[in-house]
Design a protein around this ligand. Structure first.
Ligand SMILES: Nc1nc2c(c(=O)[nH]1)N[C@H]1C(S)=C(S)[C@@H](COP(=O)(O)O)O[C@H]1N2
Ligand SMILES: [Mo]
Length: 320
């Protein structure tokens, strides 16, 4: 992916660019070597962790949204090793372990249905290099844990202005790639494959709806949905569909994977709502990883100001 502008921290000459992990190790080494008394007091692992955190934060330049969450950012390691991506297995560590053979390039997305400019689009046509920005969002999984992630990508509404939905388009349907050869989880029918999701057209056009191509300023790892995934921060995480190959504009509400799988447990809207419990557990509180203590969940995951107007007059207890 291209980046919008060279961030201020990026002053290393190209000849010195090293792979990210090597870079981090070198930074840790230099910091540990120079930290003297503080290092002796804290111990090497605490120093390494602190330096690593700082180096990771340095990968997130100026953010277009969510600056107030910077201090709560989860580590790159956690975000890329604790995943839900059932195409690669159902345990949290499975996607990081099993996604190594997945090929996110070459890639194209088929845009069809109620749209004036249907066709096959490249990732760079959907998220144009000059529109790329970093945003820090909370991610609240329906399983009652949450993280804070620095995404890189583009607003979905930019894409809408280019493909031009027709006036009949009331919903947008999304589909994940189907490649059982590369995705071992798809060889078992845990869900109906391919994974599908959808949004109402006004939700898709909301300023927060984001197409991520990266995180922490780097391309998306396969386990996080490379090369292109949706991020809808006021809804439960399962709406944020990964590795998208189809975007279809429809007049009818499209089917969604978790609703197909367990209709009495997962609705289409799936807005984060602490007052509507999952049939098998409470949604009033959540665990902010990597901690274990629970803290209160907030309506629309804290994004009410941006999204609440879209649901006026709707019975949110029914549509959780
Ligand atoms: N195709 C696909 N997309 C998916 C999932 C999945 O299993 N398959 N899991 C969802 C769930 S439940 C969550 S919480 C988020 C997790 O995103 P992350 O692993 O990048 O944190 O991805 C969502 N997108
Ligand atoms: Mo989730």
């Amino acid at each position: 992916m291209w980046i919008k502008k060279k961030p201020s921290w990026d002053t290393i000459p190209p000849s010195e660019i090293t792979p990210y992990d090597v870079y981090l190790n070198r930074r840790q080494f230099m910091a540990a070597a120079g930290a003297g008394v503080a290092a002796a007091a804290l111990g090497p692992s605490a120093v390494a962790a602190a330096v690593r955190r700082r180096a990771q934060e340095a990968q997130v330049g100026e953010v277009a949204f969510g600056e107030e969450l910077r201090g709560e950012l989860n580590d790159y390691d956690l975000i890329t090793t604790y995943n839900n991506y059932y195409e690669f297995g159902t345990r949290k560590q499975d996607p990081a372990q099993n996604a190594g053979d997945f090929r996110p390039e070459p890639w194209s997305v088929e845009v069809s249905g109620e749209v004036h400019r249907p066709g096959r689009y490249s990732v760079e046509e959907l998220v144009r290099p000059d529109e790329v920005e970093d945003r820090i969002y909370r991610l609240r999984c329906v399983e009652a844990w949450s993280m804070v992630v620095p995404w890189r990508g583009g607003a979905f509404r930019n894409l809408l202005t280019r493909v031009e939905p027709t006036s009949n388009a009331k919903f947008v349907a999304f589909e994940t790639v189907y490649r059982p050869e590369e995705m071992p989880g798809q060889r078992r029918r845990v869900l109906e494959w391919p994974y599908v999701e959808g949004l109402r057209i006004d939700e898709a056009a909301n300023e927060l709806t984001f197409l991520a191509t990266g995180l922490y300023g780097r391309d998306l790892p396969n386990q996080n949905g490379a090369p292109l995934r949706l991020v809808v921060p006021w809804k439960y995480g399962f709406k944020s569909i990964k590795s998208i190959v189809k975007i279809t504009f429809t007049e009818e509400m499209p089917p969604t994977s978790w609703n197909l799988s367990a209709p009495h447990e997962y609705g289409f809207y799936a807005n984060v709502n602490p007052e509507v419990d999952h049939p098998r557990w409470s949604q009033a509180r959540e665990t902010r990883l990597p901690g274990i203590r629970k803290s209160p969940t907030t309506m629309f995951n804290g994004y009410g100001e941006q999204v609440e107007h879209m649901y006026r007059g709707m019975d949110l207890t029914r549509w959780y």
